[in-house]
Design a protein around this ligand. Sequence first.
Ligand SMILES: *Cc1c(COP(=O)(O)O)cnc(C)c1O
Length: 396
Amino acid sequence: MKTIYVDNAATTAMSDTAINAMTPYLKEVYGNPSSLHTVGQTAKEAIEDARARFARLINADPKEIYFTSCGSEADNQALRSAAYNGLKKGKKHIVSTAFEHHAVLHTLKKLEKEGFEVTYLPVSESGLVTAEQVERAIRPDTALISVMYANNEIGTIQPIREIGAVCRKAGVVFHTDAVQAVGHIPVDVKADNIDMLAVSAHKFHGPKGVGALYCRKGVPLNAFIDGGAQERNRRAGTENIAGIAAMTAALEEACANMPRTSAKLKSLRDRLIDGLLKIPHSRLNGDRDKRLPANVNMCFEGIEGEGLLLLLDARGICASSGSACTSGSLDPSHVLLAIGLPHEVAHGSLRISFSDYNTDEDVDAILQAVPEVVAYLRNMSPVWEALEKGEKEHLI
Ligand SMILES: *Cc1c(COP(=O)(O)O)cnc(C)c1O
């Protein structure tokens, strides 16, 4: 049986380009970049070459790029640094949203325990926040604003440029978790008025365990890991040269291919959405247009997402019910609750996230499997029976 992998928002397969970019640094160029000898200095040059190329791809200066061990680390470092530097000026207020990734939400929860006050902006039914909402939430003591670029579950793309302009005007540090955006849609840190931005390599066919933090010149950045002087004293630890080289090569490839891949992915996405919406009592989650090219997120009434996933997996289709971080728990996704879905509906969710490695045949197979599996599960569901008998009202 062929495996159809459509969980690319959780992680992607590495591209050959990324693997090939990685191997010299696992074999010949194994030096420690902090060593003064030739083997070390060759490694050092590789990192600085990657930094310059990486910076160009998001319109940053090389000095504004700090390599990290993952997207979560970049988010943690950015939020804590901006919060603590705000506190030095007596600022204890943070603005964010209800549907951030847990790398942001759980950091903010800890900052609340440390005495910060966080305003979580509500998200519209279609999964968007506005610059006006952000502007209204800013107070004289606001230290930091954090709004994700694109949501990992429902794929909605936020008006980051407008939100950034509001933050810049108010003189408040603006952080965005751009892990789902960079490599997928054009991102320009200057035009978007971004102060801090988190990236992760494994979401665009790079390796796991490497990411980057952009921090605009003039915005103070505290070290998150103390030790050696790596990353200009902002991130101690011997550099993951192979990972950094592979991430940079993967991002170059993703950006160069973006016009072609984004048209192809949108066509897969839209055909799947139109096909799945034919299932009675189904709905699309998230905005139809302001949406990542590769994201489909649907709810089917009267079923449990877990059952749907297991039966699809048995047919070789690897999908997700939301975020990889909440799967395994029985709580419905905080993102689907944030857009106002009732618990019963949020439980029956399915996220399909494509990559360039998917084909039209994959969409055909999914369009064949999902309606059959949904019908099978509904047949066994007491909730569906009650809905069909009119004992319960349909919610979608
Ligand atoms: C995957 C993801 C992260 C975490 O990135 P890691 O490199 O896995 O730590 C953070 N934010 C979003 C939106 C993500 O999709």
